[in-house]
Design a protein around this ligand. Structure first.
Ligand code: ATP
Ligand code: MG
Length: 356
């Protein structure tokens, strides 16, 4: 969720700069992460993403500027206590090699003095969550795991004590695409449920738009190119660098993120035939969940799903239909055609050029 108006941000970067001997990793970064927000940083290698995360929990000290956690200036906070409040998933995993999987996951609960029963239950629960059966994995050593499995242990370890704030540096990078999609979904479910504030880094724009409440596109020196909800970043890139990043596969991303609106629809034909069942205003056969004929879509449906229905819609004789009824609240409010989908894409993107 974007920060609720009026509520204090969970993390605030104020004109933060980090220099390393002779080079500037982060130039002048100002950014606020809302309470309970999932903020995803994306940008090219070396642009300062990891440095930014690491300054939030004082693994790296800023050269100048301030970072606030809630209202507290982190540069004045005790680093050890700070790190118990902030979960951190390291870019290259960083499991303790001399500790088993279970012991790694139990690191922060151990520091917090949880009893063994509670720790054990939490470890098992988290290993299940990241898809590592506890009876098979809990007692293994990190060197007995694949790269993707190690990464999942890293995510479980960061989540162990339900930290209110979580920093994740490319947490799923080494996980295969199927496992990754599953982890993303599970992780988002948990994040929403617990209300965790998350700052995550990824190279993968698709991961960013799938997971973020807001995406932050960074350029060299952690220069902020754009901060916006996923659809806006894809539909209205704020700079050439952002356009470049979302360019390939942009239409597919728009279809996944965009939704069907009234303005996209065609009217219901008078004879009611072309649009399939129902005429304007008449209750569609879905009202009490009876049956949403395969060939109808809901107002507000994902555009990608609309395309899927359109490509499959056939009439009783098996002839392909070019228009499909759209229902809202059990009432047919129009029809959708391929042209409507194109119109929706224009609606989403034309705004960028100020022509829509
Ligand atoms: N300890 C260090 N000493 C000197 N320079 C550093 C140090 N850590 C990072 N840098 C430099 O700071 C810049 C930003 O590094 P950072 O690790 O934040 O990039 P990144 O955006 O996370 O990149 P990647 O996507 O490859 O992980 C890079 O140019 C890097 O070489
Ligand atoms: Mg990095």
């Amino acid at each position: 969720m974007p920060p609720a108006p009026g509520s204090a941000p969970a993390i605030t970067f104020e004109a933060v700069r980090k220099e390393y001997a002779g080079s500037v990793a982060v130039d002048n970064l100002s950014l606020a992460v809302g309470e309970h927000e999932m903020l995803v940083l994306v940008g090219p290698s070396g642009c300062g993403k990891s440095t930014t995360l690491r300054m939030a929990n004082r693994l790296v000290e800023p050269t100048s500027g301030r970072i606030l956690l809630g209202e507290e200036d982190v540069t004045r906070a005790d680093p050890v206590r700070l790190r118990r409040r902030i979960g951190y998933v390291i870019q290259h995993v960083g499991l303790f090699p001399h500790r088993t999987v279970a012991q790694n996951v139990a690191t922060v609960p151990g520091l917090l003095g949880w009893d063994r029963g509670r720790t054990r239950r939490r470890v098992d629960e988290l290993l299940e969550l990241v898809g590592l059966a506890p009876d098979r994995y809990a007692r293994r050593w990190p060197h007995e795991l694949s790269g993707g499995e190690r990464q999942r242990v890293g995510v479980a370890r960061a989540l162990a004590a339900d930290p209110p704030v979580l920093l994740m540096d490319e947490p799923f990078g080494a996980v295969d695409p199927v496992g990754r999609a599953r982890l993303q979904t599970e992780f988002l479910r948990l994040q929403r449920e617990l209300g965790t504030t998350v700052m995550m880094v990824t190279h993968d724009i698709d991961e960013a738009v799938r997971m973020a409440d807001r995406v932050v596109v960074l350029g060299a020196g952690a220069h902020v190119e754009q901060v916006a909800p996923p659809l806006e970043v894809v539909a209205r890139p704020a700079s050439a660098a952002v356009a470049d990043l979302v360019g390939r596969g942009r239409v597919a991303r728009l279809l996944a993120l965009g939704r069907l609106e009234r303005a996209d629809l065609e009217p219901v034909p008078d004879d009611g035939r072309e649009g399939g069942p129902g005429t304007r205003g008449r209750a569609a056969p879905t009202a009490d969940g009876v049956r949403l004929g395969a060939d109808a879509v809901r107002l507000g449906a994902e555009l990608g799903d609309v395309v899927t229905v359109l490509t499959r819609a056939v009439d009783a004789r098996g002839t392909a239909l070019t228009a499909v009824p759209v229902v809202d609240d059990g009432v047919v409010v129009g029809t959708v055609t391929a042209q409507s989908v194109v119109r929706a894409l224009h609606r989403l993107t034309d705004d960028a050029a100020g022509t829509g």
